[in-house]
Design a protein around this ligand. Sequence first.
Ligand code: AHM
Ligand code: MG
Length: 347
Amino acid sequence: ASSKKRSYDIVTLTTWLLKQEQAGVIDNEMTIVLASISTACKQIASLVQRAPISNLTGVQGAVNVQGEDQKKLDVVSNEVFSNCLRSSGRTGVIASEEEDVPVAVEENYSGNYVVVFDPLDGSSNIDAAVSTGSIFGIYSPNDECLVDADDDNGTLDSVEQRCIVNVCQPGSNLLAAGYCMYSSSVIFVLTVGTGVYVFTLDPMYGEFVLTQEKVQIPKAGKIYAFNEGNYALWDDKLKKYVDSLKEPGDSGKPYSARYIGSLVGDFHRTLLYGGIYGYPRDKKSKNGKLRLLYECAPMSFIVEQAGGKGSDGHQRILDITPTEIHQRVPLYIGSVEEVDKVEKFLA
Ligand code: AHM
Ligand code: MG
């Protein structure tokens, strides 16, 4: 059957997933997991939109395992995401940026997918109604993983240890990854390894509708997104790179700076317009800020599926096997030529 889209066709995420299943691209269990993730995202979208009305702005009062203040919406979104995945009955292990350790769930089905997620990334923007997003990645269970998951005291119980081992896989093992951006539109971006598909929530019907398929990131793009407030803490090589972007060059026009401080928003713009997003290591944060499992690996899988590149400045993000679940890595992601350029400066 032809997959060509005609002008009158409306493809929802649900029908798209079922077609992928029919074509053998994903299995039935993956369809269910992805459908449950999209439900979680719709719920979070509604919570984010109504936050100031339902008194969900502000901090929760707790600090997460990584020493960050949790916002009320961080906590609620984490619950929504976990509950949707649990109810799917098709996830074996879930790991969240907001939880200390990965948790085992249902074991009754053959799928038992491993899902990693950041339920509400960029939540420091939330009280000002600026873009935020949810990020996720899906792996197969991997008990042969060679990572030594034992802690120093050897006190990890076997279930917990098995969960950590399952989660500590390199991004190159990802079967699916995506994000949902809560912005002027609610945008769900997904790859199951056959290109990048963009769905837009139609608030009239509560359905995600396919709005872009096989997205390709421009090979180059003159927009850079770095938190330059950290400039003084950066390595000299990186300073030289960013300085070079400000030189007008032959075209007479330097690069434009754009930085939301919300990875999903900054990444989505980079995907569509081209350019580069970077979160470097610096004197204070030796490995940068972003998490390999929940942020860098899923985004790198998506960018590669769109013909772009994700790097830690020296190597491909997807080749890095995590040794800790909350591990951080520097991230340079976007158009191939722009990421190549920063790698040259850092070499
Ligand atoms: P979070 O997971 O605690 O929300 O932090 C991740 C966010 C990213 O969305 C964003 O790109 C980055 O932190 C911004 O950090 P900074 O404020 O240091 O520029
Ligand atoms: Mg985050």
